[in-house]
Ligand binder design. Structure first.
Ligand code: PEP
Ligand code: MG
Length: 747
């Protein structure tokens, strides 16, 4: 880099700092800044556009364009050259702006006389805040040094915007993080909660973007990087050799921490006038902007490692971060990009709600949130950048919506909703001890799904008749090493104790696909959902399955035991697993352990193939449980974790209902007990249809038992059957609309 822009940009930053220190505020301050930039870049025009809302940019200040256009000229993301800079988060540098594709002429600004255009994004940590533009009459392309200088200034503007330095009359200039924002995500766990933001990883606030003394900043940076390197080396020493994934991440950290390029760029930023933390953020922002463009998953992961590392460095430099000393607010609502199940369990029931930027409905965090009955919204894009610790927030787990800093109308509507939900809960509580008997006198057994000790208190409070599905893998997933057999014995015994004689269906380990044990070597499979998972692993590596069966037998200690094998795709898999169970029982007896007084061994029906298994299979199994989550994904060939396709196929699609009916018929013919334990069993309309087509046992999340029971008790299944038959007769694709109409008629 040549000397000129280096000193120019430093000089400019020095003047900016003076402008910031002066008494002027809001609009006047912004105007002064545009004059300063235009003057020092030798351009006739400098303009600042800020986001008014997520999609609209507003001209907030200008030197050179018509003043009347300020707060009037607006453009959408992607519109014109300014919109393009915002959308692509990349600069546009052209000597002939009107000739550029996409150029949009804004008559009110009087910009037609300016030929050259340079626009750079104003962004903070990958979050677009606006666009900074310089223009001049002379047709010239701006040099790399000038581009760099403008980027440095944009970085400082981003920090100032973040700090609310330009609060003024325009909506776009209101303080950041002060306006109401609604996030539309996906339902992770139903329920509604009101509380205050608790950021799992608090944002670091940079209060001094401009360096007073570059030499001092360089020393600060180098000391912080040294501290970072030592920390990474220490983490590498502590990390278990076995955990390849963790090692890979730490190696990447070390590589970046020692990267000359990274260091050189930050030092350059400092020499150009930025403070050490602003320099770290500038490089972090660039990496984040790249991350949003990169599709290669390996590269994305490495960029996200760099992002983590930059956060660590920022925490060292600012002394902020996890140990900010902040206290958990009253009614905390946890906000995070993502969170692991173990971390979530640590927070436990202290949380009122959870909003995740990423996450997924089937993630382990979601499973824990459900166990703890905490309302959860996932895929709330942008929430970690918008929310600040302590912000007022309302989580609508029913709709998958979070209202951050809600205004009064939202607050009162939301409180009404909470009251309504509470009233519904009271209604459900009043029928808790009553059976789910339909109007035509059919009793349906409602059971609950569980997987953690934290679930068990729901057994008496939900009115569940038993645990229809105990997902044993969750205990394996929330740990960082394989549990020992003795630990499992103790755990399963506690589960059976807590169930107080109610039946608990233990499903053996269902790992693989999305359930990857952190301490097991990951398999590189092209299609994990169709790969080596569940019973396939259990049969190929019988050691773990045997250990688990032993633990279950010992935990039962003479009490009845119910075991179910997951993901059975053909009869032989069940036969082989059952043989292993019989052998284990015999061996346990030889060792002097008391055997269960009664033992039932069942299978999960999760692949369409099993519905067509030989009749002998249905005769051999003690019971079947339909795992609708997987069954549906394989039936429709639609990934249950893929938001894009997940909702495309309705469970009440007549094809899927016919498959379930076939299974029920087979079970009736062979006298085999059958239940349904996928998520759909907990959705009242679906549950009603399942009951109508002959399912007599449904297992669901504890919170769903009340709503399902309430609907079943009000309906006549004969009538529901007629509605389904008529819809089919009319050739409808799904019976849902017909059922909904009928329910409406019933009031
Ligand atoms: C299912 O597939 O429906 C099921 C209950 O199992 P899981 O959701 O644990 O895969
Ligand atoms: Mg399954």
């Amino acid at each position: 880099m040549s000397d000129r822009p280096e000193s120019e940009s430093r000089k400019l930053l020095g003047r900016l700092r003076d402008a910031m220190a002066g008494n002027v505020a809001g609009q006047a301050r912004l105007d002064e800044i545009t004059s300063l930039i235009a003057g020092s870049m030798g351009c006739e025009v400098c303009s600042i556009y800020l986001f008014r809302d997520a999609e609209t940019l507003e001209l907030c200040a200008t030197k050179g364009l018509n003043k009347e256009a300020v707060h009037h000229t607006r453009m959408k993301m992607g519109e014109g050259l300014v919109g393009r800079v915002a959308k692509l988060r990349a600069m546009v540098n052209t000597p002939d702006a009107p000739a550029e594709k996409g150029f949009r002429y804004m008559p009110e600004t009087g910009e037609e006389i300016y030929s050259s255009f340079l626009g750079v994004p104003i962004q903070r940590l990958g979050e677009a805040l606006g666009v900074l533009v310089v223009q001049s009459k002379a047709a010239r392309e701006f040099s790399a040094d000038e581009v760099y200088a403008l980027e440095v200034v944009a970085m400082v503007l981003a920090e100032m915007t973040e700090l609310g330095a330009f609060v003024g009359e325009g909506a776009a200039m209101s303080a950041r993080h002060s306006q109401p924002v609604m996030f539309r995500g996906t339902v992770g766990q139903e329920g509604a909660a009101e509380g205050h933001v608790w950021l799992h990883e608090p944002r670091v606030v940079v209060t001094n973007p401009i360096a007073d003394d570059p030499q001092k900043e360089l020393v600060r940076l180098s000391e912080a990087v040294e501290q970072l390197r030592v920390g990474v080396d220490r983490m590498l020493q502590i990390a278990g050799r076995q955990d390849k994934e963790q090692l890979q991440v730490l190696e990447a950290y070390r590589m970046f921490a020692n990267s000359k390029g990274w260091m050189r760029r930050m030092e350059e930023d400092i020499s150009n006038g930025l403070s050490a933390e602003a320099a770290v953020e500038k490089e972090q922002s660039t990496a984040r902007a790249r991350m949003s463009q990169v599709t290669d998953s390996y590269l994305r992961e490495r960029l996200s490692d760099l992002d983590d590392l930059s956060n660590r460095l920022l925490r060292i430099l600012t002394g902020q971060g996890s140990d900010t000393g902040a206290e958990l607010p009253a009614d905390p609502i946890l906000i995070a990009r993502n969170i692991g199940p173990a971390e979530l369990l640590e927070y436990g029931r202290s949380l009122k709600g959870i909003v995740l930027e990423e996450g997924s409905v089937g993630s382990h965090a979601a499973v824990v949130a459900r166990a703890l009955a905490i309302p959860l919204v996932v895929h709330a894009s942008g929430v970690t950048t918008e929310a600040l610790n302590g912000d007022h927030i309302m989580v609508d787990g029913e709709q998958g919506i979070a209202h951050l800093r809600p205004d009064e109308t939202v607050v009162s509507a939301f409180r009404d909703k909470i009251a309504m939900l509470a009233a519904a809960q009271e209604r459900y509580a009043s029928i808790r001890d009553k059976p789910a008997v339909t109007k035509n006198n059919q009793t349906i057994s409602l059971q609950m799904n569980a997987g953690l000790m934290a679930d068990l208190p729901s057994l008496p409070t939900s009115g569940a008749e038993g645990v229809g599905l105990f997902r044993t893998e969750l205990q394996f997933l929330v740990r960082n090493q394989m549990p020992r057999r003795s630990e499992l014995v103790a755990l399963y015994a506690r589960v059976l104790d807590a169930a107080q004689g109610k039946r608990v269906v233990f499903r053996t380990l269902d790992i693989g696909s999305d359930k990857v044990l952190p301490y097991m070597k990951p398999n590189d499979e092209p299609n994990p959902a169709l790969g080596w998972r569940a019973i396939r692993v259990g049969l190929d590596k019988p050691g773990i399955m045997r250990m688990q069966l032993q633990a279950l037998i010992r935990a039962a200690n003479g009490r009845p035991l119910t075991v179910m094998f997951p993901f059975v795709a053909q009869m032989e898999e069940y036969t082989e697993a059952r043989r292993l169970m019989d052998k284990t029982l015999a061996a346990e007896a030889r060792l002097g352990h008391v055997l269960p007084e009664k033992i039932e061994v069942g299978a999960m029906l999760e692949t369409p193939s099993l519905a067509f298994a030989p009749v002998k299979f249905f005769e051999d199994v003690d019971f079947l449980s339909i795992g609708g989550n997987d069954l549906k994904q394989f039936f429709f060939a639609a990934d249950r974790e893929n938001e894009r396709v997940r909702r495309r196929y309705d469970t009440l699609n007549v094809s899927f209902l016919s498959l379930v009916e076939r299974i029920v018929e087979r079970c009736e013919q062979t006298g085999t007990a059958v239940s349904f334990c996928g998520e759909d069993a907990g959705r009242p309309i679906e549950a009603l249809c399942f009951a109508a087509i002959g399912l007599r046992t449904l297992s669901m999340r504890p919170a769903s038992i009340g709503p399902v029971k309430s609907l079943l008790r009000r309906c006549d299944l004969d009538e529901v059957r007629t509605v389904i038959a008529n819809a089919r007769h009319r050739g409808e694709m799904s019976v849902r609309p017909a059922i909904m109409d009928w329910l409406r008629e019933q009031g």
